[in-house]
Design a protein around this ligand. Structure first.
Ligand SMILES: Nc1nc2c(ncn2[C@@H]2O[C@H](COP(=O)(O)OP(=O)(O)OP(=O)(O)O)[C@@H](O)[C@H]2O)c(=O)[nH]1
Ligand SMILES: [Mg+2]
Length: 201
């Protein structure tokens, strides 16, 4: 749940990047950190195992300025995608206000995307939250790999697999090149702020 201070007119909201291992969640945050370094006052915090896998989470606090008279601070988090870190994923989800699901567009990752989305739904349910109600954006990452001849899932297939019931906004993207990384973030911030509107009035 977002932290709202009526006296100082501050809002803090939590956005979590979720998805299968190696899908590109950390790379999204690294790109945002580089791109907006002047607006990010503290360092990005990453807790990694050797080999760059996220062990606990990444954390990036982000000042986005004033909305509806409030100073808005967004905290971006990633979860560790590896199946074995489920308890950690659940912990990172605590108090989440908005979600980005980063799917891996590679054909061979099809099943992992579907299982990870199901895992998200289950973990949200442990906090009595519905995946159908929380602000959510899908990102179909690694589209750049097509140019290297790597077989990718078509956008139609990914939509059918992941978004046929949710019907949320989606972005084909490349966290490696930065393509649609900021658009994904802007969309989830906008949906999250809209959902918090009633609290801020
Ligand atoms: N070609 C390409 N590689 C990418 C892209 N996004 C991420 N990668 C690479 O994929 C690997 C995994 O990326 P991460 O960002 O660490 O993935 P993650 O989702 O944080 O993985 P976990 O922390 O294990 O859950 C790294 O080698 C990245 O450089 C992309 O859009 N295109
Ligand atoms: Mg990671």
């Amino acid at each position: 749940m977002a932290f709202v201070n009526m006296r100082t007119k501050e809002v803090q909201a939590k956005v979590v990047y979720y998805g299968p291992g190696r899908g590109g969640k950390t790379t999204n945050l690294e790109y945002i950190y580089k791109k907006f370094r002047d607006r990010i006052k503290s360092d990005m915090v990453s807790i990694k195992t050797h080999g760059d896998r996220t062990l606990f989470f990444d954390f990036l606090p982000f000042d986005i300025g004033k909305i509806m008279g409030y100073d808005v601070k967004i905290q971006l988090y990633t979860v560790p995608g590896q199946v074995k870190y489920d308890a950690t994923r659940r912990l990172v989800l605590k108090g989440v206000d908005g979600m980005v699901f980063v799917a891996d567009s590679q054909e061979e990752q099809r099943k992992k995307n579907i299982l990870s989305l199901k895992n998200l739904q289950e973990n949200l349910a442990t906090y009595k939250k519905s995946i159908f109600k929380i602000p959510l954006v899908l990102q179909y990452n690694k589209r750049d790999l097509e140019a290297q001849g790597i077989p990718l899932l078509s956008l139609e297939t990914m939509e059918k697999d992941l978004n046929s019931q949710l019907k949320v906004p989606f972005f084909p993207a490349s966290a490696a090149t930065g393509d649609n990384v900021v658009a994904t973030m802007k969309k989830i911030i906008s949906l999250t702020m809209t959902s918090l509107q009633s609290v801020l009035k």
